[in-house]
Design a protein around this ligand. Structure first.
Ligand code: NAP
Ligand code: ZN
Length: 348
């Protein structure tokens, strides 16, 4: 076993506490990673504040993990000590079902094993990346290409792949008008990736407050959704809209912005249900879809794509004592654009 320093929330809405957790003994296919940086995803907050109603406490969140391999099991073939490594939202799956065999482990029919707040195959609860070390089967570990610094790479492991996968699946590219709703952690990655794919990118944000940033990330257009004129002006405009918002939105208004046969993809996962009147879909033969992260193979493809295009997350690095404050700022839409915990601050 490896003792790791970790930061855990003992119950919903309680402040984080420093603690020690035991990482499992290295199995033959396991990799021990010394975590350098862990991103803060809004999903950590939905889970930790028990908004999704299935939290197991004490909870060590974190599924945007970047670090360096410290030790490998006897049968590990893809990683060596010293390699730069990443871990995203899952650490295992059944590996046998149709979806796992298709490389879409995130849709494992028996349920993938989440990086935290999940029961592993050994029956133990998993602990996430707000910690100094993690042990993961090599099949669920990613290579972080040399061209990306570890701190700006960490958020790619969830925010990056969560946008890359639907943008690719629905063929964002030259000649396509793509809108991203919400310029937060996921949204800003969506703008960068859709731009790199060659699409014409619009941001639909609550206000114009982050317009200059959005344009710097690659947005061609930027609109405030607090202004009703936006919905009149953009009616029938987009081929593809990706909704990254962590709260419930009036879906009919946003669906009206799709062209005929356009698709709106929900990746934001608010606790409250989203409502869609049937006519918002019927008129214009519009589709409303969802998408969860991406498979391991596609996550590696995304990391390589980001390295090739010089894409990393825009981050604000924080110490372990700032996690509570960072969570509040994320909830207040006051994130520019991902908080990343620096584990070098754990020792003090
Ligand atoms: P985030 O950084 O907080 O970004 C969400 C953005 O949504 C905010 O920055 C804000 O953008 C906008 N927003 C927030 N509250 C709003 C409201 N009441 N009305 C309108 N817009 C609002 O969160 P994130 O980490 O990107 O995660 C976003 C959501 O995706 C969360 O629900 C998370 O759980 C989910 N998620 C899903 C997956 C998946 O696989 N599907 C993966 C990761 C995360 P503006 O200020 O620009 O308006
Ligand atoms: Zn996430």
């Amino acid at each position: 076993m490896t003792s790791a320093i970790a930061y855990a929330t003992p119950s919903a809405k309680a402040p984080f506490e420093k603690t020690t957790i035991e990482r499992r003994e290295l199995g033959p296919k396991d990799v021990l990673i010394k975590i350098a940086f862990a991103g803060i995803c809004h999903s950590d907050i939905h889970t930790g504040r028990n908004e999704w109603g299935e939290a197991h406490f004490p909870l060590v969140p974190g599924h945007e993990i970047a670090g360096v391999v410290e030790e490998v099991g006897g049968d590990v073939s893809k990683f060596a000590v010293g390699d730069r490594a990443g871990v995203g939202c899952m650490v295992d799956s059944c590996r046998e079902c149709e979806n796992c065999l298709a490389g879409e482990e995130q849709y494992c029919l028996r349920g993938n094993v989440g990086t935290y707040n999940a029961k592993g195959k050994d029956g133990r609860w998993t602990d996430g990346g707000y910690s100094s070390h993690i042990v993961v089967d090599e099949d669920f570990v990613l290579h972080i290409p040399d061209g990306i610094e570890l701190d700006v790479a960490a958020p790619l492991l969830c925010a990056g792949i969560t946008l890359y996968s639907p943008l690719k699946h629905w063929q964002a590219g030259p000649g396509k008008k793509v809108a991203i709703i919400g310029l937060g952690g996921l949204g800003h990655m969506g703008v960068k990736i859709a731009h790199a794919m060659g699409a014409e990118v619009s941001v639909l944000s609550q206000t114009l407050g982050k317009k200059a940033d959005g344009e710097k990330f690659g947005a061609d257009h930027y609109y405030a959704t607090s202004d009703d004129a936006t919905f009149k002006e953009l009616k029938g405009e987009f081929d593809l809209i990706v909704n990254t918002v962590s709260a419930s939105l009036p879906m009919a208004k946003y669906l009206s912005l799709l062209r005929r046969d356009g698709t709106l993809v929900s990746v934001g996962a608010p606790a409250e249900p989203l409502e869609v009147p049937a006519f918002a879909l019927i008129m214009g033969r519009r589709s409303w879809a969802g998408s969860a992260i991406g498979g391991i193979r596609e996550t590696q493809e995304m990391l390589d794509f980001c390295a090739e295009h010089g894409i990393g997350a825009e981050i604000e690095k924080i110490g372990a004592d700032q996690i509570d404050e960072a969570w509040d700022r994320v909830v207040d839409s006051d994130v520019r654009y991902r908080f990343v915990i620096d584990t070098a601050t754990f020792a003090s």
